[in-house]
Design a protein around this ligand. Structure first.
Ligand code: UD2
Ligand code: MN
Length: 591
């Protein structure tokens, strides 16, 4: 009976004894870790990284499945090395039931060790880079969460502990934004108290949103640098040093890792394209774009060098603590989710700092298609998001705020509900640059309207119809495809607004440009809307006297569809007498 009592008191799900003996040694598939079943029947994984032993174990995943097996994980080795986890057909029902909780495959996540191994996805040249760790600043890693899954949250923590030089990792701060799930209460404190790095749980008494939750964490941080991560990330080897070393050289740099993809269905670690950079569209939604050929050529000299980005995704970055406060921390009147990433991007760039991506630093993140949590506040998701974005526009966008409100009726509705006086004063106090300066100097490839560019509709002279860009497949896909004519709609209809840049590009929202991809080879070249790439092929000139739009590379003219390609506009030999080649550029008042 006594033995039974001990067994009941010691909950094997959350406690573990570092000195416990090996009961069944397991052969680990991975040379960097040791695995065994201990006396309590717990599957233990011990990782060896950077010469240090990190005691690890499989997740006390608090889904019913693992509870039933008393902490023993029957799925030994699942997801190791970043491999995908496949759920067998007979468990699909259960998988779907659990999926909605976090909007990712919780069943798969729970089968993977919180201490799983990951491939080294860095470019070879990154391996040769050395860092004088003793000269780098220390960091506090701040992870805010609301109702996060146990397995993803702890995997984030373990990946940071396992793959950061101990001297640099001052602490990990877990900021709980009023989660309702009981396993995130005492079991979390108990679990992290056993970890070999100081990990503190800070609780927000009520739901405050990710922006104020991060402020709560920052306030408690003891490290010199603040490093923010989402609660469903996995850091890979060598992730931290490139971030901190850029800040050691200049504390006004805000540095982001390359964000790789942890697949939301299989939890496979998928390396994403390097050399992406971040910006946004006309609706102030963050977007990834690829580096142009020129920058790519320039970077061939040293592909490990950090590069500048006009905006950051928002979740994963390091910033010096002193600079964070000097530059205005965050706008604490932003609620729940959204907008803070662009707000910080504009503020840092316009007020004297910079935002960079360090390509040797790789961190995975579970991107998901929808939010699993509620958006408390008037108007739900939309209300909250558009109030945040209206704040961004009113404080930072100058004349472009009017453009933003003209094409975003939702945001226009709430613009009078927000008070941004304190942030406008901050901008004055920091004597920041204008948004025009930002667009011209930090994002010269931008497709925003400007005073020195034509902005408006391109109307066919005899048909009276307007050029329209494709609708796009949604998500973050660029709306590429055919260039078509449609009935002209009300003045500031975004799909019919084009910007004619000084360099000769006819661009529109989402960084798509009027293009003639087969101009060199085809008999009847098609004119399409393609991703802007700064190739000669995308340059045009407008001849006001004849109303022709001439393709620079071929000297041919923009024309109605040819017989062979009736769905999209075409190029044909310029002919001043051809009425089908006449176009009117109708300026719209955008600001
Ligand atoms: C992206 C960012 C995210 C944030 C957001 C815009 C990346 C990889 N992620 O969205 O960090 O900048 O854009 O705001 O760049 N959370 C709370 N309280 C809340 C809501 C969320 O603590 O009320 C936590 C949440 O548990 C998560 C983090 O905030 O750990 C980010 O939320 P998300 O994962 O839903 O955001 P994501 O990745 O879609
Ligand atoms: Mn996230």
């Amino acid at each position: 009976a006594f033995l039974l009592l001990i067994f009941l008191i010691r909950d094997p799900r959350v406690s573990f004894d570092e000195n416990s003996d090996v009961m069944i040694p397991l052969k680990s598939k991975h040379k960097n870790q040791e695995e065994y079943i201990d006396k309590r029947g717990i599957h233990v994984v011990v990782g060896h990284y950077m010469g240090e032993d990190i005691p690890g174990k499989t997740t006390p995943n608090l889904t019913d499945e693992i509870l039933n097996t008393n902490g023993y994980n029957p799925h030994v080795g699942a997801g190791e090395n970043g491999d995908p986890v496949q759920i067998p057909n007979w468990e699909m029902g259960k998988m779907q039931r659990l999926y909605h909780i976090n909007k990712f495959n919780l069943l798969a996540s729970d089968r993977i060790s919180v201490n799983r191994s990951l491939p080294d996805v860095r470019k070879k040249r990154c391996h040769d880079k050395t860092f004088a760790v003793s000269s780098l600043p220390t960091t506090s890693v701040i992870i805010v969460f609301h109702n996060e899954a146990w397995s993803t949250l702890l995997r984030t923590v373990h990946s940071v502990i396992s793959r950061s030089p101990r001297q640099l990792l001052r602490e990990i701060l877990l900021v709980d934004d009023a989660s309702e799930r009981t396993f995130l209460k005492e079991p979390l404190e108990e679990y992290v108290s056993k970890l070999p790095v100081p990990v503190r749980v800070i609780r927000s008494p009520s739901r405050t949103g990710l922006i104020r939750a991060r402020l709560l964490g920052a306030q408690e941080a003891k490290g010199e640098v603040l490093t923010f991560l989402d609660a469903h990330c996995e850091a890979t080897i060598g992730w931290l040093e490139p971030l901190l070393s850029r800040i050691a050289e200049d504390n006004k740099r805000v540095v982001c890792p390359i964000i790789d993809i942890i697949h939301e269905d299989t939890f496979q670690y998928v390396k994403s394209f390097e050399l992406h950079w971040g910006a946004f569209n006309w609706n102030l939604h963050f977007r990834w774009y690829t580096l142009g050929q020129k920058e790519l050529d320039q970077r061939k000299k040293d592909i490990t060098e950090a590069y500048r980005t006009p905006a950051m995704a928002g979740g994963l970055f390091s910033i010096h603590k002193d600079y964070f406060y000097k530059i205005g921390a965050y706008d604490r009147n932003m609620d729940v989710w959204g907008g803070e990433n662009l707000e910080m991007s504009f503020r840092v760039w316009m007020c004297g700092g910079s935002i960079e991506i360090a390509p040797c630093s790789h961190v995975g993140h579970v991107f998901r298609k929808s939010s699993p949590y509620t958006f408390p506040g008037e108007g739900g998701v939309g209300g909250v998001l558009y109030r945040n974005l209206a704040r961004v526009a009113l404080v930072w966008l100058d004349d472009w705020a009017e453009f933003y409100f003209k094409i975003n009726a939702e945001a226009a509705k709430v613009r009078n509900d927000v008070v941004v006086k304190d942030r406008v004063m901050l901008r004055d106090r920091l004597s920041c640059h204008t948004f025009e300066w930002y667009l011209q100097n930090i994002w010269p490839e931008n497709f925003f309207p400007a005073k020195d560019r034509f902005v408006g509709k391109i109307r066919h002279d005899s048909l009276g119809k307007c050029l329209q860009r494709p609708m796009g497949k949604g998500g973050s896909n660029q709306p590429t495809g055919t260039a078509v004519l449609r009935e002209c709609v009300y003045e500031v209809y975004p799909s019919q607004i084009f910007v004619f840049s000084k360099k000769g590009y006819i661009m529109t929202d989402e960084s798509v440009c009027l293009d003639a991809p087969d101009a060199e080879s085809a008999k009847n070249p098609q004119v399409r809307i393609m991703a802007c790439n700064e190739y000669e092929r995308q340059k045009w000139t407008y001849k006001e006297d004849t109303k022709q739009v001439q393709h620079k590379q071929t000297g041919w003219c923009l024309d109605l569809p040819s017989k062979s390609n009736p769905d999209t506009l075409s190029l044909s030999m310029c002919d001043t007498y051809s009425t089908s080649q006449r176009w009117n550029f109708e300026h719209v008042d955008w600001a």
